[in-house]
Design a protein around this ligand. Structure first.
Ligand SMILES: N=C(N)NCCCC(=O)O
Ligand SMILES: [Zn+2]
Ligand SMILES: [Zn+2]
Length: 326
């Protein structure tokens, strides 16, 4: 059962300074303070799957710290996400940093448990490896899901050094496992050098469409969002956001930066244009704070998670209203 309690919402920043106390996402209550939530925000401190700079294990907490400045009303979506639904911070999923297979299993089991309570998941931090167990868990509940994958990279490569579970391979594994709805898969923000042209051929065979970073620049966020929304329809949707979808100027704190990316404004606008989609869970990954400056990356990531949470809360509230009317 998801939460029927009145949403608790964030700590009042006019009474308790927003920089005081331990950080939860957006200063929301902890999950153990409210029992159950409609949206559970969880961190995954894991970066053993990276191919270049490490550090995304610290991403979740950096995003929480940067999220202290978020405010309760989201004018861009005309909604107060934390009043429409119970959103709470479920803390971190503690995973084994020395055994990737075990870490993947732990994330899946923890996600099963949270989704089993009726919550949707807003996952923060970690490297992109964790999208695979999160998608497995979501697909157990909803069947194969539509996927919007915001990233500079395809992440549909096969193996690295023989390893199947890495941050460059989660979506190939997910396609192989049949947990994605291959009618509605898109990469958004793709750019940068590849290993060969075959990378694109393989990716297309798996069913992915690509909206490159240059497409977004040329066509604009609204048109791109419209196109994506049409492709998704009312399918259950998972959004996975690798913060390196942003240009390094907008997100320097990440492990595999690529020049020529979208701005944080473009990303936020595309997400706002996806309001109304049946967003069942989402992640924001690859925030590596050691390479960040002045919290540029974690601020962008916190606003990204805020827009995603707003989409979920609005939908939860609308579904509740529909159910009451019946
Ligand atoms: N940042 C993510 N998720 N993947 C990048 C993999 C790029 C590479 O090692 O070639
Ligand atoms: Zn990436
Ligand atoms: Zn990625």
């Amino acid at each position: 059962m998801s939460s029927n309690e009145t949403p608790r919402g964030p700590v009042d920043s006019s009474r308790i300074p927003r920089y005081a106390g331990p950080a939860t996402f957006a200063r929301l209550p902890r999950l153990d303070e409210v029992g159950t939530a409609d949206v559970a925000v969880v961190g995954v401190p894991f970066d053993s799957g990276v191919s270049y700079r490490p550090g995304a294990r610290f991403g979740g907490n950096a995003i929480r710290e940067a999220s202290r400045l978020l405010r309760p009303y989201n004018p861009a979506q005309d909604a107060s996400p934390f009043a429409l639904a119970q959103v709470a911070d479920g803390g971190d999923i503690a995973v084994n940093p020395f055994n990737i297979n075990e870490a993947v299993e732990t994330v899946e089991a923890a996600a099963d448990e949270l989704l089993g309570t009726g919550a949707r998941l807003m996952t923060l931090g970690g490297d992109h490896t964790i999208a695979l167990p999160l998608l497995r868990s979501v697909a157990k509940k909803h069947g194969p899901v539509a996927l919007l994958h915001f990233d500079a990279h395809l992440d549909t490569w096969d193996t690295y050094f023989g390893a199947e579970y890495t941050h460059g391979t989660p979506f190939r594994r997910a396609v192989e496992e049949g947990i994605l709805d291959t009618e509605a898969l898109s990469h958004v923000g793709t750019r940068g050098p590849l290993y060969g042209k075959q990378d694109l051929t393989d990716d297309e065979k798996m069913g992915f469409g690509i909206v490159t970073s240059a497409d977004i620049y040329r066509r604009g966020a609204d048109e791109v969002a419209d196109q994506l929304r049409q492709r998704i329809g009312d399918r259950p949707l998972y959004i996975s956001i690798d913060i390196d979808c942003l240009d390094p100027a907008h997100a320097p704190g990440t492990g595999t930066p690529e020049a020529g990316g979208m701005t944080s404004r473009e990303l936020l606008e595309i997400l706002r244009g996806l309001a109304g989609c049946n967003l069942v869970s989402a992640d924001v990954v690859e925030v590596a704070p050691a390479y960040d400056h002045a919290e540029i990356t974690s601020v962008a990531a916190s606003h990204t998670a805020y827009e995603l949470t707003t989409i979920m809360s609005r939908q939860i509230a609308a579904a509740r209203k529909d159910a009451e009317a019946k």
